[in-house]
Design a protein around this ligand. Structure first.
Ligand SMILES: [Zn+2]
Length: 319
């Protein structure tokens, strides 16, 4: 089945079927115990055939499994960013589909309107799912042709370009963001930088790129000169003399990404605080890096990444 909103609405008509679809996405080879990783579990049939009583005294169609090894019970949302949710799994699925496919992202306001949840719930769901879109911390280094480029998010857009060229951050509301794009695979990795200089760039690049095995493409900014020497090859284009592409060297990919990121932050989200910016970057990186995947493949990847990333309300709202 195609995994778009229409299809999901067609196949999911109650909570049990929503759980079932989520199980198919997360466990294509059958349930895996989130407590001990064991691959055999028994389905616990609800006493009355369709639903079970919850601790809150309501009835639930949650599908529950019991591990054959550790004997603990679990469901497909145990240990995921959806753990303990009061929102229906049908809504979670639809919001996941929307986040995976909306090029400019989707606002909490749209989620609130479309699914009839409170503003707080909509906001929290989106942030939990952004958590799931974060790159696996154990993933390997980028290797190949890597474009590095930086931009400033926030502040007055009129001054941004001039400031950027001069390496000036300007007012404190502007936040520098570095993106690294692997030209061959299309993978992008973005991060907030504390400041932009040769040292901060070298640190960020060395943490994400296999410098010995890669070619670095940048613009002519001087702060790339020293880190560039650590690569077998460093090529740059000089924007100040109108040079944007030369012999296949260009930073266009990163610039296209920045343009979309800014359109979304200004248009869809209106304002993103520095505190939450890393999560928005994770969302945009995820969509950009998976843009060649089928919708269903991307959704499956997102569902897989919801595991092991529980996020309680506290760390999100704590300053
Ligand atoms: Zn177990």
């Amino acid at each position: 089945m195609k995994l778009n909103l229409t299809e999901i609405r067609k196949h999911v008509n109650d909570e049990a079927s929503a759980y079932l679809l989520l199980e198919q996405l997360r466990w294509p080879n059958g349930p895996v115990c989130p407590h001990c990783d064991h691959g055999k579990a028994y389905f616990l049939n609800p006493a009355n055939g369709t639903s079970r009583k919850t601790n809150r005294g309501t009835s639930s169609q949650r599908r529950v499994w019991k591990c054959a090894k550790c004997r603990k019970q679990f469901s497909v949302i145990t240990g995921t960013v959806m753990h303990g949710t009061k929102v229906s799994i049908e809504i979670w699925l639809m919001v996941m589909v929307q986040m995976c496919s909306a090029k400019n992202g989707i606002s909490a306001r749209e989620i609130e309107r479309m699914h009839g949840v409170t503003p707080e719930t909509a906001w929290f769901m989106l942030h939990r799912l952004r958590e799931a879109m974060k790159r696996d911390p154990l993933v390997g280094l980028l290797s190949g042709t890597v474009v590095s480029d930086e931009t400033w998010i926030g502040g007055n857009p009129k001054n941004r370009h001039a400031n950027q060229r001069q390496g000036v951050q300007g007012s404190t509301e502007k936040t520098p963001v570095l993106s690294l794009v692997n030209v061959e695979t299309g993978e992008i990795r973005s991060q907030v930088l504390p400041t932009v200089n040769a040292r901060s760039l070298r640190k960020a690049i060395s943490e994400q790129v296999d410098m010995e095995q890669s070619i670095l493409h940048t613009d002519a900014a001087t702060y790339y000169l020293s880190v560039g020497q650590e690569f077998p090859k460093h090529e740059s284009v000089n924007h100040s003399v109108g040079e944007y592409v030369r012999d296949g060297v260009s930073t266009n990919r990163a610039e296209g990404f920045f343009a979309q990121l800014k359109r979304s932050i200004n248009g869809t989200h209106h304002h993103v605080s520095v505190e939450h910016l890393p999560r928005y970057l994770a969302e945009f990186d995820f969509r950009y890096s998976t843009c060649k995947m089928q919708d269903s493949e991307r959704l499956q990847m997102m569902v897989n990444q919801t595991a092991g990333r529980r996020l309680s309300y506290k760390p999100l709202t704590e300053k």
